[in-house]
Write a protein that binds this ligand. Sequence first.
Ligand code: A2P
Length: 275
Amino acid sequence: QNVVTQTDAKPVPTLPDAQTVTSVKHWTDRLFSFRVTRPASLRFRSGEFVMIGLMGDPHPETGKQKPLLRAYSIASPSWDEELEFYSIKVQDGPLTSKLQHIQPGDQIILRPKPVGTLVHDALLPGKRLWLFATGTGFAPFASLLREPETYEKFDQIIMTHTTRDVAELDYGRTLVESLADDPLIGEMIGDKLVYYPTTTREQSPKMGRITNLLQDGTVFKDLGIDGISADTDRGMVCGSLEFNKDIKDVLEGFGLEEGANSDPKHYVVEKAFVG
Ligand code: A2P
């Protein structure tokens, strides 16, 4: 009799759409990033996401395993040889409780069908681009910040990132600091990029939710700008459901309208994967 003994979710090398993990970095006990091989045929636009995952546990009666997939923003730019992802670890999360244990050489499932709205095509031309992230919502912007088009299309890019603790800013801060030495975009950036990190639960130079800091004018005072207007400003948003909803209200309050691939406007939103 053919007994299925596999009880953990260690991926099987014969998976369809399998890609090999090339490196893993744990940033905090709640956050990690990893890189995988890129399917030769995969083309994507910086800012898009794909479905990735592992085989789930065997069904208790049939022993059958089904893929356990979630939407993950690609954190690497469209020209990179590998694909990078940035993830939360949720101890009882169906996928991330297992995914957090991957090692170089392991395989994951990656469905090569990139989609998403955090793309330049979904925005009308403008002067200033705001990138608003909370938590792992930084991931699509890690891609867009390494995309030459970002600097070709805008005079100024303001990257805001709000996290609970200071250590949760590390992934984004490291990426931002690496850009000056980036062979492709280092020179394009000049002084176009402004990084505006804030924390809410641990002391740091700038405390508070970005939504509040926009509404009370703190951000504008700090950066020496008049405010946000539909004439000049464009936005991309990626965070929790509640964050996305609240910042939409703030942006709509400034007169910005939500765009889509088929109908480019002033700002676009995507939910960061949580769990
Ligand atoms: P707070 O600590 O006040 O909840 P999380 O780790 O839970 O995804 O949160 C990431 C960051 O996003 C935290 O700093 C959190 O602040 C902030 N945040 C959560 N919800 C909102 C919201 N509705 N508007 C603005 N910021 C939010």
